[in-house]
Ligand binder design. Structure first.
Ligand code: ACO
Length: 328
């Protein structure tokens, strides 16, 4: 069984951070950031909670889909920057959007979160005939967990949210999800800390580099090496399942981390960059929101059209990776 991405929506906070803004308080430059990453600017959340950004994106998707929220039977929110330890943002949105009877949960697969969520939604739709539509929302405010003193990491990230309404279809579909947990210590942000009184009594070393709670740590070089292999591997594994190759794909929509990662992966796949949707120049890396934000923008601009074959490929902390191949 395949799926149809019935409609999409997005939301960006108003505030824009340029590379020059970073050069105002960090030892960096527009030239360094652009040549090493391809990023010019990114949005940064101000007062907006992450759930609110997700709600705005979801409202747009539901309105464009022309459906009633009451017909949505599943809400999945992918995020690594939830406003809450609990409840899930999905539960908050289920109420805020007027969705009455739906399973609702958050999914954390880092920057692979959208791909994981779409594939999870498809599995629900296949096995539960009571669910007519699934809503997948990816909402992130990386600005809330980045260390603004770490110049090699903070300049990479941006904030935003995107959503899609999904229904069953008989269109082409394949997917591949995977994780290499041996890289968990290469990219992380801690959520809780041991009470100081207990820590003083213990010498347990969890093997994670020292970093304050809620601050992102990244070994950029190691993540780069992983990403340039994970992107082609994730696509190829899903493509082989249905006997297609990169030639059969109209558009690749990769996780928007760094243009050099995308260029190297494209070369490894022997696919021209003209088949890759790239929006990271003005979005930065918005973690799980990056693929749906890029896809929604390409749809709005008329670049991606109905009937075209898409490969959505994610990779990120975990280290997680995965892909979904579908017909738009
Ligand atoms: N401005 C100026 N100089 C800088 C900056 C900066 N913002 N950041 C680092 N440098 C310096 C370093 O200090 C270093 O200086 P040194 O040689 O004097 O020690 C020099 O630039 C080179 O540093 P590298 O870390 O080797 O730079 P590199 O070319 O590897 O680029 C980067 C760093 C951009 C982080 C790269 O490693 C990268 O893109 N990695 C992948 C990161 C990524 O995409 N992560 C996200 C994927 S998963 C997810 O989305 C969560």
């Amino acid at each position: 069984m395949g799926i149809n991405l019935l409609a999409m929506g997005s939301y960006f906070p108003e505030r824009i951070m340029t590379n020059d803004d970073y050069a105002g308080f960090l030892d960096t430059s527009d030239e360094w950031i652009r040549t090493r990453t391809g990023i010019d600017s990114r949005h940064m959340a101000g007062w907006e909670p992450v759930w609110y950004m997700g709600k705005k994106a979801a409202e747009m998707a539901i309105e464009r889909a022309g459906i009633s929220p009451k017909d949505i039977g599943l809400v999945i929110v992918s995020t690594v920057t939830s406003d809450f330890v609990t409840p899930s943002i999905a539960s908050v949105l289920q109420y805020e959007l007027g969705i009455e009877n739906a399973a609702a949960f958050d999914l954390n697969a880092a920057c692979s979160g959208f791909v994981y969520s779409v594939d999870t939604a498809r599995r629900f739709l296949e096995t539960d005939e009571n669910i007519k539509y699934a809503l997948v929302v990816s909402a992130e405010a990386l600005s809330r967990i980045i260390d603004f003193e770490d110049r090699s990491t903070c300049i990479l990230f941006g904030d935003g949210a995107a959503a899609t309404v999904i229904e069953r279809s008989d269109k082409m579909y394949s997917s591949f999800l995977n994780s290499d947990g041996s890289g968990a210590r290469k990219l992380f942000a801690k959520n809780c800390q041991v009470a100081p009184i207990v820590k003083a009594e213990s010498d347990f070393d969890d093997g994670f580099p020292e970093k304050p709670v809620h601050k992102l740590y990244q070994d950029g070089r190691e993540v780069y090496k992983f990403a340039v292999k994970a992107l082609p591997a994730a696509f190829s594994a899903a493509a082989e399942k249905i006997g297609i190759t990169g030639e059969d794909i109209d558009w690749f929509v990769p996780h928007q981390a760094n243009v050099r990662i995308i260029e190297t992966a494209a070369k490894n796949l022997k696919i021209g960059m003209d088949k890759f949707i790239v929006t990271l120049d003005h979005h930065g890396n918005t973690s799980s929101a990056s693929i749906p934000l890029a896809l929604n923008e390409a749809i709005e601009k008329g670049i991606v059209k109905r009937g075209q074959k898409l490969a959505l490929v994610g990779f990120g902390a975990g280290l997680s990776y995965g892909s979904v191949i579908l017909e738009y």
